[in-house]
Design a protein around this ligand. Structure first.
Ligand SMILES: [Zn+2]
Length: 242
């Protein structure tokens, strides 16, 4: 009788352990499943965030102020330009005029003497320049000049206005030019054709050609020492759309 009771107690005890073990195992399986689901959910959220970022960058790239015009990218035929005068009969895209006026004004207030010598050019003006230049590699092919999009201007230090050709590297040593190169990004402009980027831009070093891209992009481009082509190619490395 005693043996039977002991056996029964043992049986109940073992059964209880088995049940408890099964419950614990079920809890572990449930927990692992939940963790796996959470990991998948986080992964999906991360991918969605990354895709949203890429979408915003793609949208930003299509804005007028990031238009890329170079040897390999022609002016779009449907690019609409409303012009406005900055000074001295020189016109730019009306959306850029105030920023350029402010930059020139502040440069003058700082004691320097900047002077625009070229801004918006019509296709026929660019064609004339191209036809009459001795060195074709120094002048953009018509349809491929930033001057045709009205977002750029050639600005010299007025002390060089009497030079036979003020558009030479020595421009970089003149005080107005130094000020412009240091401060242009504060107004949304970049020095569009930097030194040592000729292979990327397709244009020689031009310490006088300023191009509007907007303040945030100008700061990103100038502080990283890159050109517009490099910026647009790897924009997610330099620009975080918020
Ligand atoms: Zn220029």
């Amino acid at each position: 009788m005693l043996i039977i009771i002991i056996v029964l107690i043992l049986a109940v005890f073992c059964g209880a352990i088995l049940v408890l073990h099964q419950v614990a195992t079920n809890d572990q399986i449930k927990e692992a499943k939940e963790e796996a689901e959470e990991a998948v959910r986080m992964q999906e959220e991360e991918e969605a965030r990354e895709q949203a970022k890429l979408d915003r960058i793609a949208e930003e790239k299509s804005q007028w102020y990031l238009l890329l015009v170079n040897e390999w990218n022609a002016m779009p035929d449907d690019f609409d330009i409303e012009l406005d005068e900055v000074e001295g009969g020189y016109e730019v895209d009306a959306r850029v005029k105030d920023a350029m006026k402010e930059m020139l004004s502040d440069c003058r207030d700082a004691g320097y003497s900047p002077q625009i010598i070229s801004s918006f050019r019509t296709r026929s003006t660019q064609q004339w320049l191209y036809d009459h230049t001795a060195n074709k590699s120094d002048t953009a092919i018509p349809g491929h000049s930033e001057h045709e999009c009205g977002l750029a201007a050639d600005i010299i230090d007025s002390s060089s206005a009497g030079w036979s050709d003020p558009l030479i590297d020595a421009q970089e040593d003149l005080p107005a030019q130094k000020w412009l190169m240091e401060h242009c990004q504060d107004y949304g402009f970049i020095l569009r054709y930097p030194k040592d980027k000729e292979d990327v831009t397709g244009i020689i070093y031009e310490p006088w050609h300023y191009r509007y891209v907007g303040k945030e992009h100008a700061a990103n481009i100038m502080s990283n020492g890159i050109c517009l082509e490099e910026y647009l190619r790897d924009m997610s490395n330099y620009y975080d759309p918020q």
